[in-house]
Design a protein around this ligand. Sequence first.
Ligand SMILES: Nc1ncnc2c1ncn2[C@@H]1O[C@H](COP(=O)(O)OP(=O)(O)OP(=O)(O)O)[C@@H](O)[C@H]1O
Length: 258
Amino acid sequence: MSLLKINNLTKNFGGLAAVSNVNLELGKNELVGLIGPNGAGKTTLFNLLTGVYEPSEGDVLFYNEGKKERLNGMKPFKVANKGLSRTFQNIRLFKDLTVLDNVLIAMNGKQPVGVLTGILRLPNFYKSEKKMTEKALDLLAIFDLKEKETSLAKNLSYGEQRRLEIVRALATEPKLLFLDEPAAGMNPQETAELTELIKKIQREFDLTILLIEHDMSLVMDVCERIYVLEYGQMIAEGKPEEIKTNKRVIKAYLGGDL
Ligand SMILES: Nc1ncnc2c1ncn2[C@@H]1O[C@H](COP(=O)(O)OP(=O)(O)OP(=O)(O)O)[C@@H](O)[C@H]1O
């Protein structure tokens, strides 16, 4: 069953087509990779899918509980409310807030009580706040960050900050998660641990994941299917073993081995 469909998507920056006539489809519960050399258009594509950019041409269609919705032109917070969440290539945390507060802020849009209940601090407000805190701590525990709940985000190691970013994205209870280079800057052991975590959250949270990653071992290990972009165009799509031996893909990566 299709969850997201991208039809002939194009984004022009002046004379440059950063994304050109791209088609892509994600089925429910799929874990799909998006790879390509530097400047291929991967992040631009994520920005088109999450409302940061409006497409120059084409459609982004989201199949939400049987209803087809067109996401083009929707503001990022609206796209997030539909159940599409993302992490960024450059870490975007509230560095001077605690780990727990970083997660609670991400959850805020999901606060189930009304504004008045919140302003007047009625009993339901405290009940819901307690529930949210418990949920945030459960998520932090999965990512081995529970003991750090009171640490300031800026005092976490690089790998921990990257994990906290994923926790924040999950806190919005997404149906579709876009991960932009989650292993960037991680050492091999941290990358191996993250690989296992990505597999685990996809299973346990009933998620569909699209993953941009330069670390080929991670991509080949976790992804069921892989799309390859080069100069804004989708040059290949297939299973990891097909992508590894695809001549056009190998050429795009300067003739090197994947
Ligand atoms: N806001 C912008 N204005 C003008 N050009 C842009 C803009 N954003 C991206 N580009 C250009 O579009 C092309 C694709 O960039 P993009 O960042 O999407 O590539 P990428 O595949 O994510 O690269 P990397 O792997 O290095 O992160 C590049 O040539 C880039 O310079």
